[in-house]
Design a protein around this ligand. Structure first.
Ligand code: AHR
Length: 522
């Protein structure tokens, strides 16, 4: 196969409309491919929380809202376009209070959801409905098992129920409930935030629990053995504080000293973009200062990753254990009038920029970060989709995930650039961020984020070793940093084709202010 050597360089050359001092240098070297950007970093998270599942996904078979076996069609169709690689379910904190037997069969248990609003949990969306939902959107299962208030035996039974091909009592029960074939469970989260809502455990206590669950909760699906085995993901840190450093140290050191009887393949990490947990930023009606503050905060994930990847590298230099960022995103104050336990927030152009910055950071660390799940998929926190009864709106974050589809399982290509700076209200941020990758389609893909709230960025892309012949793509910007999509005006923030000029083997790109742009370069 011919190796394509392609280097794109932003020069200081000015073209029409360009003013001095605004150019940002950028070089892509496709001759030095990096690791694969695992498609699973584009994973989603659907917790039984507020209207994330009930109303957001599940409306029931008898609903007037068009649905397929109870799953709303508008949501399913929108998610299919994102090629969602995996969905983490049923929590979150909810997972540590979830008892799976309530959610199977013809008579469902009526329980409570004490963490999230204290509302009734009807359990009408259970194991079979979740797996049907995954089938409908074309995705895979990331199950979080109950380590907080459940037992090893309960979790082991759940996974046997789902995965055994042999006709055990549990497999027969699955057949009786409509699914004779064993399900696939590629990802298993062993607890959730066990240092907090998952049971406030010490690292040593958690490690003892982890060993038991990792040993006894087995996946029996014949198609998921050996190298195709289920990934067991241990609870990991949620900050840079000493307690979290101790947590990662304990789990990784315990893993390093493991005996044949247990193992794990992933370590979770949670990171929310919040400046003050007691007085969170608003998701609507904010200004440039709050835009800059939140973006600065989100970039602090780099320090968090440095800390914990450093510890992982110490015990696992071969990078066998994946870092799984299975909760990330912006967490704002609840929308006025909403149930505070439902974590309802709007989603603006600020969130589109924030999403791109985080995805870029994960891609740059693709050798270690192989799974990530934005919190959460529908109606909760930094959602892809908002619903209200029969209405639906796609958020700016949805559009970023859609634009980034070509980066799924693409090969990372290093980019160097002079980011420049953007300063507002004493907050200085890089002006530009960018990643590039060789897609599975053979194309070179470039994503450029312009953080500057006001100034467009002019870019020259020069191919070294081969001329750029054409480029095409989309840009997502908005009238204001706090522009949102609503049910009445769902298209305020939508991607538009971006015009590119090819001149003398170089690509000229004018990237709008506060934007995310993805182009394919041929
Ligand atoms: O995503 C909301 C909550 O945030 C999750 O349930 C929990 O794991 C985290 O604290």
């Amino acid at each position: 196969m011919r190796t394509i050597f392609l280097s794109l360089s932003l020069t200081c050359l000015l073209f029409a409309g360009r003013s001095a001092g605004q150019a940002v240098e950028l070089t892509i070297d496709a001759a030095k491919p990096g690791p694969m950007i695992n498609r699973h970093i584009f994973g989603q998270f659907a917790e039984h929380l507020g209207t994330g599942v009930y109303d957001g996904i599940w409306v029931g078979r008898d609903s007037k809202i068009p649905n397929t076996r109870g799953m709303r069609n508008d949501v399913v169709n929108s998610l299919r376009a994102l090629k969602v690689p995996n969905v983490r379910w049923p929590g979150g904190c909810f997972a540590d209070e979830y008892h799976w037997r309530n959610g199977i069969g013809s008579k469902r248990g009526i329980t409570l959801n004490p963490t999230w609003g204290g509302v009734i949990e009807p359990n009408t969306f259970g194991t079979h409905e979740f797996m049907d939902f995954l089938d409908q959107i074309g995705s895979e299962a990331f199950l979080s098992i109950n380590l907080g208030s459940g037992t090893v035996n309960e979790a082991a039974d759940w996974i046997e129920y789902m995965t055994s091909r042999q006709q055990t009592d549990l497999a027969k029960q699955r057949t009786a409930n409509g699914h004779p074939a064993p399900y696939k469970v590629p990802f298993l989260g062993i607890g959730n935030e066990s240092w907090d809502c998952g049971g406030n455990m010490s690292p040593d206590f958690y490690l003892s629990q982890l060993k038991m669950y990792a040993r006894f909760v087995r996946n029996f699906n014949p198609a998921q053995q050996g190298k195709d085995g289920m990934l067991r993901i241990a609870v990991g840190p949620g900050g840079t504080e000493q307690g979290f450093v101790d947590w990662t140290e304990t789990v990784m050191k315990g893993w390093k000293a493991r005996q044949w009887s247990w193992d794990m393949e992933g370590l979770s990490l949670h990171n929310y973009t919040v400046i003050n947990w007691e007085k969170k930023h608003s998701s609507v009606d904010f200004g440039e200062k709050e835009y800059a503050e939140i973006l600065k905060k989100t970039l602090e994930i780099n320090a968090l990753l440095d800390t914990h990847i450093g510890i992982m590298d110490k015990y696992d230099p071969e990078k066998k254990i994946a870092l799984v960022v299975d909760e990330w995103g912006a967490w704002y104050s609840p929308m006025p009038g909403s149930n505070p336990g439902f974590l309802v927030q709007q989603n603006s152009q600020r969130d589109a920029v924030l999403a791109a910055l985080n995805l870029n950071i994960f891609a740059r660390r693709a050798d270690r970060i192989r799974i990530a799940n934005i919190a959460q998929m529908i109606n909760v926190l930094q959602a892809m989709i908002l619903t209200d009864k029969e209405k639906m709106a796609l958020t700016p974050t949805y559009h970023v995930f859609k634009m980034y589809v070509p980066f799924q399982d693409a090969t990372f290509v290093p980019v160097t650039f002079n980011a420049g700076s953007y300063t507002h209200a004493g907050i200085t941020l890089p002006r530009v961020d960018a990643i590039a990758a060789k897609g599975k389609d053979g194309k070179l893909w470039l994503a450029v984020t312009n953080l500057d709230a006001n100034r467009p960025v002019e870019i020259d892309l020069k191919s070294v070793g081969a001329s750029v012949r054409s480029a095409a793509g989309e840009t997502l910007t908005a009238p204001k940093v706090d522009s949102i999509n609503t049910f009445d005006q769902p298209n305020t923030v939508t991607p538009k084709p971006i015009s590119t000029q090819v001149q003398g083997g170089k690509l000229l790109l004018n990237v709008p202010a506060r934007s995310v742009t993805v182009v394919a370069v041929a």
